[in-house]
Design a binder for this molecule. Structure first.
Ligand code: C5P
Length: 211
């Protein structure tokens, strides 16, 4: 059996990693998983069922029984779901269940591009290529604000605060914190258009796959 080709793309909120990962998957003919959606789905299930996000056992139960349809629900992309996701993401029981889900997805032929926070460090430490995508917080907040303000009235400063709080929580947790893997290539998209960032990501991945 040909081993699956796996590519890990990590980085903070609104760094461009999602768009880059989707387009990289198309470029290499791979499947794509936005792993943030898994954590968002657990948070949304907890909220819907009146479970407090701090209840690690209850959140772990939701993570263990997650089904693909849970990743398609309304409200997964909201700022509240993102905040909730970063709270449940700190529970080891949640991370353990979602780790299995992510690896099962990546193992299926022909392979996959996964984007998240701990893909290169924990989920797929043997990925063939790893990128860590970043950008200045104010640039990331402006990007996210443009997305969110298209559908509702939201203040830029609230988006910036949300992003800074989430980054801090994701980087500080003891279990699988957001971190650049030692063998990941850093791509700073602060001064790049998304088109240029995708082109640069493909160029960097090509150099890794050629080795
Ligand atoms: O990427 P996204 O903003 O959708 O992720 C939502 C939250 O899910 C993150 O802030 C983080 O706390 C958590 N997450 C994680 N590990 C991943 C992906 C997301 O902890 N691999």
């Amino acid at each position: 059996m040909t081993p699956s080709l796996t590519i890990a793309i990590d980085g903070p909120a609104a760094s461009g990693k999602g768009t880059i990962a989707r387009q990289v998957a198309v470029r290499y003919g791979l499947r794509h998983l936005d792993t943030g959606l898994l954590y968002r789905a657990v948070a949304v299930l907890c909220a819907r069922e009146g479970v407090t996000l701090e209840d690690a056992a209850a959140a772990g139960q939701r993570a263990a029984h997650l089904v693909p349809a849970d990743l398609e629900g309304d409200g997964l992309r909201s700022a509240a779901a993102g905040r909730g996701a970063s709270v449940v993401a700190a529970h080891p029981s949640v991370r353990a269940s979602l780790l299995r889900w992510q690896r099962d997805f990546a193992e299926k032929a022909p392979g996959a591009v996964l984007d998240g926070r701990d893909i290169g460090t924990v989920v797929l430490p043997d990925a063939r290529a790893k990128l860590f995508i970043t950008a200045d917080p104010d640039v990331r907040a402006a990007r996210r604000w443009r997305e969110l303000s298209a559908s509702r009235d939201i203040a830029y400063r609230d988006v910036l605060r949300d992003i800074e709080e989430r980054d801090a929580r994701d980087a500080a947790r003891t279990n699988a914190p957001m971190r650049q893997a030692d063998d990941a290539i850093l791509l700073d998209t602060t001064d790049m258009t998304i088109k240029a960032a995708v082109a640069e990501a493909v160029r960097l991945i090509d150099t890794r796959l050629a080795v």
